[in-house]
Design a binder for this molecule. Structure first.
Ligand SMILES: Cc1ncc(C[n+]2csc(CCOP(=O)(O)OP(=O)(O)O)c2C)c(N)n1
Ligand SMILES: [Mg+2]
Length: 378
């Protein structure tokens, strides 16, 4: 089996949290330099809050409140860094594990929970795409790469990029996993992105597993080189280094926005938990691999950096408390959620009223009415 090459890797923070840019990081350092201490602390806060939220969602699933949960534990560095690397007017296409990105785009996390409780089809109301500039979660592996490329082609056709106005020019970022790179949709998206020189970044979170299949099986050549043959340059980044993830994304999104064409980022990270709440990773991976990645944890690395810069205990305690409050609020409001309104099925299929939808919704309403309150036939 081919070895996974790990060089050249963009890294700003070492595994011990010391600031030590690698040679490959040089061109990205100016983006780190623009960050303030308040930004560093915001990155830390968001990583801690989302990890606590994720733990709460797992608890809710175990307690029968959610049908399924997809844990993000371990991937906070890749997600928080890249989320801030995109501008709020850029459009984001996530897969299904990008909880930190959803939070940073301003989504109410209980809306996201609704999808996993089976109460809504997309999680959040997507009829106004500009509300969060965040596409709904996509569970059909890799298909969002095509949606994103289509959207980016739209930006290009509308001339909404490369005007020189960074505050107006738009770009797209699409997230998918290492496993998704094996999907035809992703390769097709590469072809169209390269042909149309779309303003977009493909962000691969290589968490090293596609359920039980290791990345080494699906990628005999490192994934950051996957775009080369299509004409899309790739950059490899330490995804557990929130600063590196931020700096690389910010630069490549700027480049895309200014008309330099599509780019690909491979962020090396690790899924610490199970694939989903339905999965048991002890069946297919070993403890030593897990320990290796726990030692590279994105949160403890940033904590070490911040402590070295003089951050006090009170800051860390405050963040822990804030995260606990956030999770408690999500729990409380999740328990208050009421049942599914099946009629919403028809509301979001077409933007305008549609005769077939009317017909089908009338049929369903009649069918539902045929049951009594106790679920028996009326
Ligand atoms: C088209 C399609 N095929 C198969 C699946 C089943 N499936 C769900 S997750 C997954 C693995 C995805 O792995 P990866 O892209 O690495 O993302 P990760 O879950 O690791 O974040 C598969 C095969 C699916 N959801 N959609
Ligand atoms: Mg994966």
């Amino acid at each position: 089996m081919a070895e996974q090459k790990t060089e050249p890797m963009v890294q700003l923070l070492g595994a011990d949290g010391a600031f030590a840019p690698t040679a490959a990081a040089e061109e990205f350092v100016p983006y780190f330099d623009k960050l303030t201490e308040a930004d560093w602390k915001k990155f830390y806060r968001d990583m801690v809050v989302i990890r606590r939220f994720d733990a709460e969602a797992i608890n809710l699933q175990r307690q029968g409140q959610l049908a399924l949960w997809v844990p993000s534990h371990g991937q906070e560095g890749a997600q928080v860094g890249s989320a801030y690397g995109a501008a709020m007017h850029d459009h984001v296409f996530p897969a299904y594990r990008e909880h930190a990105i959803a939070m940073i785009r301003g989504l109410d996390m209980v809306d996201l929970i609704k999808q996993f409780k089976g109460l809504s089809h997309g999680g959040w109301d997507f009829r106004n795409p500009e509300l969060h500039n965040l596409h709904i979660y996509t569970l059909v592996i890799g298909s969002q790469a095509l949606h994103a490329t289509g959207y980016a082609m739209g930006i290009a056709f509308d001339g909404k990029y490369a005007t020189g106005n960074r505050d107006k020019d738009e770009a797209v970022i699409v997230y998918f996993g290492d496993g998704a790179t094996s999907q035809g949709d992703v390769s097709e998206a590469f072809v169209f992105a390269a042909s149309y020189q779309t303003p977009q970044v493909f962000f691969i979170q290589n968490n090293h597993w596609a359920i039980s299949v290791p990345v080494s099986v699906q990628a005999r050549v490192p994934l950051y080189r996957r775009g080369e043959g299509f004409g899309i340059p790739g950059t490899q980044v330490d995804g557990n280094d929130v600063f590196a993830s931020y700096a690389v994304t910010a630069k490549l999104m700027d480049d895309a926005r200014s008309g330099r064409g599509p780019a690909l980022i491979e962020a090396h990270t690790y899924r610490i938990g199970a694939h989903t709440s339905s999965d048991d990773p002890t069946k297919y991976r070993n403890e030593s691999e897990l320990d290796e990645w726990i030692a590279k944890d994105p949160i403890s690395r940033l904590e070490a950096f911040l402590r070295d810069k003089g951050a006090e205990n009170s800051f860390f305690e405050g963040v822990t408390e804030e995260a606990a409050d956030f999770a408690a609020d999500v729990r409380k409001r999740t328990l208050e959620l009421t049942g599914l309104d099946p009629m919403q099925l028809f509301e979001k299929a077409y933007t305008e009223p549609h005769p077939r939808m009317r017909e089908q919704s009338q049929w369903l309403a009649q069918y539902e009415a045929s049951f009594g309150d106790d679920g028996g036939l009326a």
